[in-house]
Ligand binder design. Sequence first.
Ligand code: FES
Length: 154
Amino acid sequence: MNKEQISIDDIIERYPGKPEYLIFLLQDLQHAYNYISPVALALVCDHVGIPLSQAYAVATFYQSFSLEPKGEHEVRVCQGTACHLKGAPRVVEEAERKLGIKAGQTTKDLKFTLETVNCLGACALAPVAVIDEEYHPNITTRQLLKNLDKLAAE
Ligand code: FES
């Protein structure tokens, strides 16, 4: 999907103005822009005829929606017990240093979002990182930094 060519209105017009289409609209907006802006949320509410508070509640309930701008690349490092014991904190520290942000933040150029998460359910492969939905088992600091370099060069 070309983000520059798709307007919020284009997305909204894909669905009938009924409350049951709220989730579909939020999914499409999230996919197109990597987050749902306050303006987009308000326009969706107007379209489907629900109060802003209701849409806000839905958008904050599901982890797949973000009301803050996210980076083009999402880097998640597990901080569950197994990963913690296998050195995940150091991996996060080095990623923070490299990107110049803290975990939970997005770089100013909107290239990367760095997050820490609880157990990803792959403890035997600890430490684990997920970069743009791709699992990286037994990740080392060096491997993570190499991946960041590769993505930054794209
Ligand atoms: S603690 Fe990291 S995958 Fe379980």
